[in-house]
Design a protein around this ligand. Structure first.
Ligand code: IVH
Length: 657
């Protein structure tokens, strides 16, 4: 029977996969594997109805999604507290010992990847999700199915959620970057970014090519499976077919714990994947509960983070750049060095004081530090490498672009020439960027090129580009389609609410949050323009500095003329709250539980807040209403027990109308 043969082939191939990718003990040769796989592919092509969900062919990729669906984590995906040295590890142990006598810990490597939640029903993988903000993540099932050491079927038909880390090995990372360079693509900075970029693809064929792997390290509801310790969770996960990290150790005292940390601090480079620390977890699950949680972290675990890596390089030159506000910043141009996987050839030196206080000179050998995601920094000068040829730093007194004299305000120097090209270009880039008017397609280079060619000088010029459509289409690198897309994006951007426009205009001290406060308060740009300093300063959350800056901005005739041009072009100048204050919500405290079907948790929270309510995490006597989605958790039971008002999702949405 064909069906039986297909099942047989799936079993053989999945077993071989497990032996190869999880146990690291292959039993089939590559040729044998390929032979079985080819036979399976042929049969599946002939009998597509007989393809089973856990067939290895389902890992090849090909599923393309339109967008990432949101996933609400039943149990929030918490992060870990950090410790940075031995003393802090000892303090952690002492805190634990206040609650637990003779604690046993599990020490694990902290894999530098991205966390994932895997959901199995009846032993079959049904959903994989990113951590997101811990409460709501994104559905990445299509990509996770392509990861070869994540089982599509477990050895037992259980309903279970497991969590772990998706990562890219050093070897896969190097190979991928080599390929990208050959293809003229920008290489990834480090394996973590490469792994994260791969699971954030809509087309699973890309993830399938990326050679990702996973270690599983957490079973959120372990006790429901009769498990009593974290170590048993790991053993159970292994039994189900998951890969757990082979370097996990049980330790019975602080000396053993510190020894583990010491050993891996020295040996980390010998691993085939990157780690950024050590995770220490209390082993006994009852002990874990005794220690409990904060909103962000379990108190029963912590992560020791390795110290930031330092590398030495030569500082070749200091170049000045001008930002949108006119601030002139010194930048170190470096002899390129590789630091934690990325090549660094330039880094900011912040301001004059930063350079002089460290006595950084041109020609110096400097130590560069990079900690995690943070931008690299020059930490210090290696003074004994000086040979006398180094040139002391001098802050420029003129703008590097328009050469007008700079004005010093506190630690920073500013170019105050309103016509300075650099400032204007930065201002135009800001206007089109994602957090402001979000004009799709207008990257920094296009804005700069259009500026230099004379098409863009003021922000209102964006709306006149359509008058040059024919010329623009002739430009090198552009065509009919790309110019039409740019023009359409400009049209679409006119509908943005006032707060985005206010942020986009680049009024000093008016960031995203302040722009929203002003837009809400005044509703229309004309009302804001008429507001006096006193009107502004009277607003909650608006201080003297912002009030002065805003009122000065609207006194400038050039600014008013520009706003008029934007108005004439049809740019929206008003702000309307999406919802009115609503007595069903005003001054009430809400808790959301379960998974909402037609709205994300974040959107629901926003609606409630706009209508005057507050959303909190846990149910207490102070909670007024609990909104329940599907499969609500313990919060629902608690709400019932406390007699708190309960709304279904439909009831909630109806009350929003
Ligand atoms: S345990 C409640 N174990 O580190 C348990 N996390 O900084 C939470 N990570 O978000 C996680 N290796 O992405 C755990 N062996 C390990 C880990 C690990 C890497 C990541 C994970 C987590 C982050 C916290």
């Amino acid at each position: 029977m064909i069906e039986n043969r297909i099942q047989e082939l799936v079993t053989i191939l999945n077993k071989a996969n497990y032996e190869y990718h999880t146990l690291d003990q292959p039993t089939l040769t590559d040729q044998e594997y390929d032979k079985y796989l080819r036979e399976l592919i042929e049969l599946e092509e002939q009998y597509p109805d007989l393809i089973v969900a856990d067939s290895p062919t389902q890992r090849i990729g090909g599923e393309v999604i339109d967008e990432f669906n949101k996933v609400v984590h039943e149990v929030p995906m918490l992060s870990l507290s950090n410790v940075f040295n031995e003393d802090e590890i000892v303090l952690f142990d002492e805190r634990v010992k206040k609650v637990v006598t003779n604690p046993t810990y599990v020490c694990e490597l902290k894999i530098d990847g991205l966390s994932v939640s895997l959901l199995y029903q009846d032993g079959k993988l049904v959903r994989a999700a990113t951590r997101g903000d811990g409460m709501v993540g994104e559905d990445i099932t299509h990509n996770v199915k392509t990861i070869k050491n994540i089982p599509l079927t477990l050895t037992e038909k259980v309903d279970i959620e497991v969590r772990g880390e998706i990562y890219m090995s050093k070897k896969a990372f190097t190979r991928l970057n080599e390929e990208r360079l050959v293809a003229g693509e920008v290489p990834f900075a480090n394996p973590r970014n490469a792994a994260a970029g791969s699971v954030r693809q809509l087309d699973s064929k890309i993830a399938a090519k990326r050679n990702l792997s996973a270690f599983l390290y957490h079973l959120p509801s372990a006790s429901a499976y009769g498990i009593h310790t974290h170590y048993e969770s790991l053993e159970y996960m292994q039994k189900l077919g998951f890969t757990t990290n082979p370097n996990i150790r049980l330790v019975g005292n602080i000396d053993e714990l510190l020894e583990y940390v010491d050993n891996w601090t020295t040996d980390r480079d010998s691993l085939p994947y990157e780690i950024d620390g050590i995770v220490i977890k209390l082993n006994d699950l009852q002990d874990q509960e005794r220690l409990g949680y904060t909103i962000k972290y379990p108190k029963w675990a912590t992560a020791y983070k390795f110290p930031a890596t330092l590398v030495l390089t030569k500082l070749k030159e200091i170049k000045f750049t001008v930002g949108r506000t006119g601030q002139v910043t010194p930048n170190a141009m470096l002899e390129p060095v590789i630091l934690m996987g990325s090549t660094i050839s330039k880094t900011t030196l912040h301001n004059e004081e930063y350079v002089t206080s460290r006595d950084i000179r041109i020609g110096d050998t400097v130590a560069i530090k990079k900690a995690g995601d943070v931008i690299p920094e020059v930490v210090e000068v290696v003074a004994d490498r000086r040979d006398g040829s180094e040139i002391p730093f001098e802050m420029t007194q003129t703008c590097p672009i328009c050469h007008s004299d700079l004005v010093k305000k506190e630690a920073a120097y500013y170019c105050v020439n309103p016509h300075c090209d650099a400032k204007r270009i930065e201002g135009l880039i800001h206007y089109a960027s994602r957090d402001t008017l979000n004009i799709d397609g207008f990257g920094d280079n296009i804005v700069e090129d259009f500026y230099n060619m004379g098409y863009l000088k003021h922000v209102s010029d964006f709306y006149h580009l359509k008058e040059h459509k024919k010329e623009l289409m002739q430009l090198e690198g552009f065509g009919k389609k790309s110019i039409e897309n740019l023009l359409q994006a400009i049209e679409d951007s006119k509908q943005n609410p006032l707060d985005r426009l206010l942020f986009a205009l680049g009024i000093r001290y008016v960031g995203k949050k302040t722009a929203k406060i002003l837009a809400r308060e005044f509703g229309h740009i004309d009302a804001l323009a008429k507001a006096s300093y006193d009107d502004l300063v009277a607003i909650r959350d608006i201080g003297e500095v912002i009030a002065q800056s805003v009122s000065l901005y609207f006194q400038d005739p050039d600014h008013l003329a520009e706003i008029k041009r934007l108005k004439l072009a049809g740019v929206n100048m008003s702000y309307q709250e999406e919802y009115e204050f609503n007595s069903e919500f005003q001054d009430k405290t809400f808790v959301l539980t379960g998974s909402l079907q037609s709205i994300t948790r974040e959107a629901a929270k926003e609606k409630i807040e706009i209508m005057g309510g507050t959303v909190t995490g846990g149910v207490s006597k102070k909670t007024d209403v609990v909104i329940v989605g599907e499969k609500p958790g313990s919060k629902y039971k608690k709400a019932q027990a406390l007699g708190i008002e309960i709304w279904t999702e439909e009831e909630f949405l109806a009350k929003c109308q």
